[in-house]
Write a protein of this length. Structure first.
Length: 102
């Protein structure tokens, strides 16, 4: 099915392309091809809404980042700022869990 969706997106050339965790499946070669295709689409001037939990991919692929938390916008801005704040928040939550477990 992912191949079919990629083919449709390539031929339809939508104004906005929504990609949800596309890099979480497949081998390294498949992921590299998907990254290359996303870069081609981005260079063409089309908008890509990239949904992911892979922070490195977000940093490498995105010009703007929105952190959603339970359906609400928690932060919006430069990917480096949003990712840094998000990661700090998850580290804080983990330390709270460890402290409460003791």
């Amino acid at each position: 099915m992912p191949g079919l969706l990629s083919s449709l997106a390539a031929h339809l050339e939508p104004e906005i392309l929504i990609i949800d965790e596309v890099l979480s499946v497949g081998d390294a070669s498949f992921q590299a091809r998907r990254l290359q295709k996303m870069e081609e689409i981005r260079r063409s001037g089309r908008t890509i809404l990239f949904v992911s939990h892979q922070m490195e991919s977000v940093l490498n692929l995105c010009d703007r980042c929105i952190w959603l938390d339970r359906g609400n916008i928690r932060m919006s801005g430069a990917p480096s700022d949003v990712v840094e704040t998000y990661l700090a928040s998850t580290r804080l939550k983990r330390s709270d869990v460890h402290e409460n477990a003791s």
